[in-house]
Structures are given as C-alpha cells and as structure tokens.
Design a protein around this ligand. Sequence first.
Ligand code: ADP
Length: 635
Amino acid sequence: MREERNQERLSRKEAAANTWRAVKIWRKAAPELFLSMVVGSAVSRLAPYVPLYFTAQLINEIAGGRDPQRVWALLVALLGASAASGLLAQGAMRWSNVITDVKAGNVFDKIVLEKLLSMDYCHIDDPSTGELLNRIKHDRYWSAWGLDKVYFSLRYMLQHIFTILGAAALSVSLFLLPVPGGRSLVWLNHPACSLGMVVLLVLTVLLSSLLFNKGTSYWARYDGAKGNREFGFFYFAAHVERFRGADIRTYEQDAFIREKVLRLGQLGDFAPKSEIGRDARGEMGLYIAASEAVSRAFTGVIYLYVGLKALGGAFGIGSVTQYVGALAGLASGVSGLLKELGGLRENAEYLRTTYQFLDISNSMYQGSLTTEKRNDRKYEIEFRDVSFQYPGTDVWALRSLNVKFQVGGRLAVVGENGSGKTTFIKLLCRLYDPTEGTILLNGIDIRKYRYDDYLALFSVVFQDFRLLAQPLGQNVAASEKYDRQRAEDCLEKAGFGPQLRNLPEGLDTCLYREFEDNGVEISGGEAQKIALARVLYRDAPFIVLDEPTAALDPEAEAEIYTKFDEIVTDKTAIYISHRLSSCRFCDEIAVFESGRVVQQGTHDNLLAQEGKYSSLWTAQAQYYQKKGEEDGEEF
Ligand code: ADP
C-alpha cells in the first residue's frame, strides 16, 4: 500500500518539484516530443470549432435573411472547412501519436536500462534495488503511474488548454451581444447575469473536478501488486516454467492450481468483494457520479441561458449551437485540466519511488591510472589485511585476508561452502571494494586505476554465469562483430570443437530457442565450455574460474583438466573449487575457512601438515576412492 511505502504525503511544493523534474527528464530524453505535443494538440483541438462556427452562421442565415447566395456560400464554406479541418486534425493527431508511440514508448525503458548499466555492482547485487524496480514497474503497469504519467498528462493538459482557448474565443460574443431593447428578456443584458454565468461556470467546474479527483484518489490506495503477482504466478504456472510443468504432472497439482486461480479470480482486484469493488459501490462511486451530475446540471443551465438570449433576439437560432457547443467545450476543457492536475498531484507520490531508484548513487572510487599493458605479463596482486562485509550485513564474509600471487602461477582457492571464496573473487575483480584493508596491483591500490582498465585484466567464469540467447560466436566474443577464426579456435581449445562441427550454422547457430526456432538447447557442460571459450577470446592476463567443473560430467571434467595448461598458457589462473583433487596441479593452494585463509602452500606441503586441507582431503579421498572403486578408476 502506498501508505506503507511512502511514509508521509508530499507537500504541494514537493509534489510540484517532483513533477517538474519528470518534465525535465522527458525534455532531455525526447525533446521532439514537445513540439509534436503542442502542434498536435493545437490543431486537433481547435479544428472542431471551425465547422461549429460555420454551422451556426448557416443556420442563422437559413432562419434569418435566407439569401440563397449567402446560404450556398456558407454551405460550401462549411463543407470545405469541415473537410479541411477534419483532415488537418486527424493528420496532426496521427503524427503526434506516431511520434509518441515511437519515442515515448521506450523512454522509460531506456532510462532504466541506462541506470542499471551504469550502476555500481553492489547496488545490482542488492535485493532492495530489484524490489524498487519491481515496485516502479508495477505502478506503471497497474495504473500508468510514474514517469509516463507526466508525459501523457502534459499532453492531455495541452489539449484541454487549446479546447479552452477555442471555446473562449467562440463564446465571448454570447456575453457581449445584448437582447434588443423593449423586449421582456432585456434583464438578461444586466452585467450581473453574465457575471453570474461565469461564476456558475467556474464553481461547477471546480466542484465537479474536486469530486472527480476525490473519487479517483481512491485508486492510489490500492496495491494490486500482490494479487496480480499471485494470480500471474498460478495462471502461468502451467505453461511458462518448464520444470513447474513437470512438477504439476508428477505431483498432480492441477486441481490445486485450478482452485487457486478460481479463488484469486473471485477475490481479484476488480471482483465485487474486492476493496476496489466495495469502494466503487460506496464512496468512490458516489463521488464520481456526483461529479458527472454536477457537470450535466450545468449543461442544462447553459442551454437555458443561451436559449433565453436567443429567444430575446440577441442572436439567431444558429448561434445557439455555437454557444452551447463552445460553453460545453469550455467546461470540459477546464475540468479536464483540473483533473489532470489532480492526477499529477497523486502521481508525484509514485515519482518518489522512481527517483529513489534513479538517485542510487555510485560510490566506488574511480581512479585515473592506466594499468600497464605489459608484454611480459608481470602482474602481482596482493590482498593486504582485507576484510569485507556485504552492504547491510554485519557479518564478516572475509576477515584479515593476506594473499599474494603473481601472473603465470596457478592459484587454487579451496574451502567449504560459505567460506568466502566467491567473495574473494568479487573483491579481486572490483565488483566490491574492501570494507577494510587494501588490494594492490603491482604495489598500487587497485582503486587508483581506471575502473574499465582494471577490469580488462580479468576473464571470469562465475559460478552462475549466463549465456545469451544469441548466436554462439557472439556469445564467445561478447560482441556482435568478431573474429570468426579466433572464436572457432577458442571453442576448439575449450573442448567444444566436436559439437561446433555438428551445429547446423556453426558460429551463427543461436543458443536456446527463445528467439529462434532453430536455436539449440545446450547442456550445462556445453555451456561451461562455451563460457571457457569466452574467457579465452578475451585474452586477459588473469583467468578466474569459479567452480568451473561443477556442471561437468567426470569425463568432461577430465578433458578440461588435461587441456588446462593449454587453456591457461602464460596467464594467471585462479581456480575455485571444493573438489580438492582438481587443485593438485596448482602451484599454490589457499585454504579458506570462515572468511580467512587458514593455510597456504603447495598440495604436497599442505597434505604433510595437520590442518583443514588434510582433513578435507582425507574426507574427499574416501568418497572418491569409494566412487573410484565402484567405477574401476583411480581418483
Ligand atoms: P563460497 O564461495 O566459499 O561458497 P561466498 O563468498 O559465496 O562463499 O560467501 C561467503 C559469506 O558471505 C557467506 O556467509 C554468504 O552467506 C555471504 N554472502 C555471499 N554473498 C552475499 C550477498 N550478496 N549478501 C550478503 N551476504 C552474502
């Protein structure tokens, strides 16, 4: 609910500032929208008054002078003006709509995308960022609240303003033309009468808009988020998620899902028993109905006033249509304007969430030093007394870490789950900065290097890496344009050669079937190999593999190990695994436990010592030995 989310309602000034900021965002994102908005609104809203004017003149002539020549001339003028203004109005509106559809439709997504792409990683990793984004998207889809609302409201407001201007121009003479002297209705000429009508117009419009805004303000109280999410979850459960589909069948969950969907539908946001349904029958419905009743009653008064003046002889019968049309336009224009203003006031509360997201600030220090592009690949990395807590937690994920390694070496990082291995890699790759201590590259704090320069030193396969539903070659190169020979070589080295030769379109074969019917579904092991090829293509001095063989079957794992030297060549490999047998070939092994490095050395050294490594080794050796005996292999 909004009340829970935005503790205090904004003041009018703050609301106006929020809206103004959104206007500036729109102006910056798509300045051409504003021109189309003004021209489209002006032409489309002023055009209907042209036939209205000529119709009035024509009827006046028919009811009055009846000069055939004038009647014909007015008829032709009416037809010509109607056709021309209609065409112009439709053309202008269409142009404005097309620009709006093309430009305005993706402004929100572009702004969000840019923000997400430029955000410090720690914010992306922070679940509250995701929650904020979900909230903003939900508000947008639920009732178009947020940035979009500001654009569309501005557009409608401009349309209302032009409606008002046209109507005012056509209705001024209503108040100025007097009932000729000596008639019984001459009292209509009294200034109080005209003034009374204007005051009545203003009061009606104000009252009707007030009632309408009061009624629609109920909308802002509803939070369809949970209901929508739950309904969507159960409704789509049967056909979106493959695994859930399998669960449904094996656990016979179909009756359960049907029942849930039925119940959620009955209790849904718009169902009679829902909060919205209750309010629509109650106060909300009454306010909106009262608003409509007030403006209808006013239309009656307009008819009376205009009719009486015509009866008194102030103007011809034809002008009655003109004045009634113009005054009705005036009233609807002003109340439309006020309703939009009311909507913007509500919307300012929702913009708060948008700005919370857009204002997430990047706090990582961005240095200016360039990393040396050394041909000898002599880089040395040192963690000096590094400690780290994830934002929002008070647990040390790493504590007083001291590790040093050089390019060319193979460093294995081992330890049980949760001991800090992945966190160590995240810090090394500067996805996070240490809470305490320093990480040094060739003796210099890594924060002093240019961020992209520093990141270019690493090629990483994260445990939860993702490949894109795009052509294989583009996945390997992480780019649309790439060196095909190099991509093929890298895939070959990573052990994907045989599969590559079997793919119908080679490097151009699309992975997965999300976008291409003839895309290929790949196994976890194949995905690992492609991810390895991506590492090789990047050719960075550091290769980091986080549990690289977790998804591989033993055969594929053995294949990777035998190719490991070929893959790594003269680079530094940092290799995370909790399968110790796969770390034996590393020059150095760092053993992590509860965020600390408790042992460091070669496999033989560590095995000779009493400690974590030897106990882990013995435990795993027993498992693998047993497995090896079963499989008839040595571990
Ligand atoms: P490992 O890779 O050895 O399994 P991790 O580095 O993933 O261990 O985790 C180390 C500790 O940090 C664990 O206690 C884990 O729960 C915590 N942790 C990991 N990622 C996050 C995160 N994004 N936010 C908060 N805590 C985290």
